[in-house]
Design a protein around this ligand. Structure first.
Ligand SMILES: [Zn+2]
Ligand SMILES: [Zn+2]
Ligand SMILES: [Zn+2]
Ligand SMILES: [Zn+2]
Ligand SMILES: [Zn+2]
Length: 352
């Protein structure tokens, strides 16, 4: 399992709503002749005989103030407070804001500090995971992969946010029924299962890293599937191998301790998908196909449990192996269901 973040920024521009500065100079001054009764278009006061008044847009006004009030009604309205937007305003999309204060109400709220900010990052590609620049450098939770302010430090140095900590699984007795349940759901809901025994254990970060063959530069791993074979060889006196027989195959899965229950289940589903592939397509070696398949099945597992939102991370994962691989299978599935996915695997295996 790997992670990376996506960046995005709230865009707006400064504009000048200058209509107000077209003052009464643009209008014409007149003196009221006694022929007819005149009323100010704005305040409705009658204009006395002989008094000066202003004409504009074919309307009559008693004063500059009334002209300005009239002009204000023609200015664009602030999208937030509905007041006329005058002077320096802000534009975002097709909306206008009268002030920085009104504009800032539209900024996304940082999930860590709760402050609204115009720039920042959407973590895991998810619009709900907005983090302001100040909070982006905070330690990452090893379970949800988001920066966190409220966390505990685990024995192996990882950080665990308080939310993930609520359901975090720390010991094998607790993890074992979760693993059984995940296997059962995958068999029933997705038809993905193998018959052999797969022991499951929790481990710290260093143990997990030492069991993984993957290049650590591609991201953080939360679980690993281990497949081993023992081979019995018959060797002649001269040291020639005359017979080589696979004696035993062993399968096991390790995941990090301290992951939230839902995250742990997703990691288990990912690793069990590797187990299924080892059994059914053992010759596929392309990492993008292997990890893409495992992420895709983990995503299908999340969907089966109604945790569709967990898959947003995969939808936007920029990693060329995990992200691109996931989207490859996701799109195959969208077009032609599981049939298309299996057909792809059939073609991906090396032809003898
Ligand atoms: Zn007036
Ligand atoms: Zn406003
Ligand atoms: Zn913040
Ligand atoms: Zn967390
Ligand atoms: Zn994997």
């Amino acid at each position: 399992m790997r992670y990376l973040k996506n960046n995005s920024f709230h865009r707006f521009s400064r504009i000048l709503c200058a209509l107000l500065f077209v003052t009464a100079t643009a209008a014409s001054f007149n003196a009221h002749a006694a022929t007819q009764k005149l009323y100010c278009f704005v305040c409705r006061d009658s204009i006395k005989q002989g008094a000066r008044f202003i004409k504009m847009d074919g309307k009559t006004f008693c004063s500059k103030q009334c002209v300005n009030k009239y002009i204000e009604t023609k200015l664009p309205k602030c999208s937030v407070c509905r007041k006329p937007a005058k002077g320096e305003c802000f534009k975002s999309g097709d909306k206008i804001y009268c002030s920085k204060k009104c504009l800032s109400t539209t900024f996304p709220m940082c999930i860590i500090c709760g402050k609204k900010a115009s720039g920042g990052s959407f973590f895991n590609g998810d619009k709900r995971n907005f983090v302001c620049p100040g909070c982006a450098n905070k330690p990452r939770c090893c379970s949800c992969l988001l920066p966190c302010a409220d966390y505990r430090v685990l024995d192996d140095g990882r950080h665990l946010c308080s939310k993930c900590n609520e359901t975090a699984v720390f010991d094998n007795e607790e993890a074992s029924p979760v693993f059984k349940e995940v296997r059962a759901i995958m068999k029933k809901e997705l038809g993905i299962y193998t018959g052999h025994h797969v022991p499951f254990t929790l481990a710290d970060e260093n143990t997990l890293k030492s069991c993984s063959n993957n290049d650590p530069s591609t991201g953080q791993e939360q679980g690993v599937f281990i497949f081993k074979t023992s081979i019995e060889q018959t060797v002649t006196d001269k040291g020639e191998i005359v017979k080589s027989v696979v004696k035993e195959k062993t399968y096991s899965i390790i995941a990090l301790y301290g992951l939230s229950r839902k995250k742990l289940a997703e990691v288990m589903a990912h690793e069990l998908a590797h187990d299924w592939m080892q059994e059914n397509y053992p010759d596929i070696s392309d990492l993008k196909v292997k990890e893409g398949w495992a992420e895709f099945i983990a995503g299908r597992f999340n969907s089966a449990l109604g945790n569709e939102s967990f898959n947003v991370r995969m939808d936007y994962n920029p990693n060329p192996v995990y992200g691109d691989g996931y989207r490859l299978f996701r799109d195959l599935y969208k077009k032609g269901g599981m049939r298309s996915v299996i057909l792809y695997l059939d073609q991906a295996k090396p032809q003898q």
